[in-house]
Design a protein around this ligand. Structure first.
Ligand code: ZN
Length: 379
């Protein structure tokens, strides 16, 4: 077996009693990620030869669904023990056959540890048996006069160790409920390294707000365009953005609402879906004379399913007549009520074609739409 140099252990066996949620905090999905996924994508995993996640058997599905580029063959798990210390020992026992030189033991509840800190710890292990990150607390806990000027050291993870040193310490210790691994090794082998203030531990439900601060929202946009021919034989029946207008109707398989069709296509585009014709074919009798609001409601459901929210919707009509401005407010209110989005993020504009071409001749009405969506609820 090839000699394994660096191993990483992620302790994710906790049940999160202080979290008061059914699902342990490390598995809570926020904006498509969770604490473990986030950490694994934050650090350069190529610095590790093997990664071991300690997990309760009942949550094994979360291990199998981890979103990481790390080779799956080298991503293994160990079963969680009755407390942190036994979980950690279970991990070390499983890693022993891989003969790692160093091991970093990390709590899943500290997802914000930077890649820089993991590198610093690994480097420190070149010449030391351990590298334990700490930060100084600005607050001082005064017990005695002597301690008055001593800042408290707050210990963090990942803690780096020479594998054999920490393994032996675990096996030989008399301690049975250690809160971290560094307390198990003898003082002379302890080597401290400056940690990071941002490497906080997610302990209480409100701490997940920090997690949200770290996550950058995803923004996507989509474009849609549609055009329909004006039925010059009629005088009424036009419908734009769901609003009935006393004007020649448009020719189409459905109700030919170019406005809504363009909006649908822009939403489908932002969601990386296919065009409106794919979902509502103009050859399918089911959609004959269909109210286009139905298509827009479908687009709204797709947004919900993919957990996206509209941040801005800009619609532009191109026609000589009718005067769109007269119906602007009604259209905005209609679209807002179908999509359940605030009116203030909808814009409806119009331009003529300067009497050029078939639109200029009043033979067609076109509409274009640009939408921006985000995965973080904006309203
Ligand atoms: Zn259309």
């Amino acid at each position: 077996m090839k000699k394994t140099k660096n191993a990483l252990v992620i302790l994710a066996g906790g049940t999160g009693e202080r979290f008061k949620k059914k699902l342990p905090k490390q598995f809570n999905e926020i904006n498509g990620t969770n604490l473990i996924d986030f950490f694994l994508n934050r650090i350069d995993t190529t610095n590790f030869d093997i990664i071991l996640v300690v997990i309760k058997k009942s949550y094994l599905r979360f291990f199998k669904n981890l979103k990481t580029n790390f080779p799956l063959k080298k991503l293994i798990y160990a079963e969680a023990g009755k407390n942190r210390q036994t979980s950690s020992l279970n991990a070390l026992k499983k890693l022993k056959k891989y003969k790692p030189k160093n091991v970093l033991i990390h709590d899943a509840a500290r997802p914000f540890c930077s890649n820089k800190l993991t590198l610093k710890i690994l480097k420190r292990l070149d010449k030391n048996l351990s590298a334990v990150p700490y930060i100084l607390s600005p607050d001082r806990k005064v017990i005695s006069k002597k301690e008055f000027n001593q800042n408290i050291k707050l210990i963090q993870t990942p803690q780096g160790f020479d594998f054999n040193t920490i393994f032996k310490s675990h096996v030989n210790t008399k301690i049975n409920n250690a809160k971290d691994d560094s307390v198990l090794i003898s003082k002379e082998k302890l080597n401290f390294i400056k940690g990071e203030k941002l490497n906080i531990k997610i302990t209480y439900p409100e701490d997940l707000n920090y997690f949200k601060l770290f996550l950058k929202p995803i923004f996507k946009s989509g474009i849609g365009y549609d055009i329909h021919q004006v039925d010059t034989n009629t005088k009424k029946g036009l419908k734009l953005c769901g609003v009935k207008i006393d004007f020649n109707k448009l020719i189409g398989h459905s109700d030919a609402d170019v406005g809504i069709h363009a909006i649908c296509d822009s939403i489908f585009g932002a969601l990386s879906m296919k065009d409106i014709g794919y979902y509502f074919s103009n050859k399918d009798p089911k959609w004959k004379n269909k109210n286009s609001e139905h298509f827009l409601k479908f687009a709204k459901i797709k947004l919900q399913e993919k957990k996206y929210f509209i941040t801005n919707l800009d619609i532009n009509f191109i026609c000589e007549k009718p005067n769109i401005n007269k119906y602007r407010k009604k259209m905005i209110s209609k679209i807002s009520s179908i999509l359940k989005i605030p009116e203030k993020i909808i814009s409806i504009k119009a331009t003529t074609n300067e009497k050029i071409g078939f639109i200029g001749d009043g033979l067609g009405i076109a509409a274009e739409s640009i939408v921006q969506i985000t995965n973080e609820k904006p309203y």
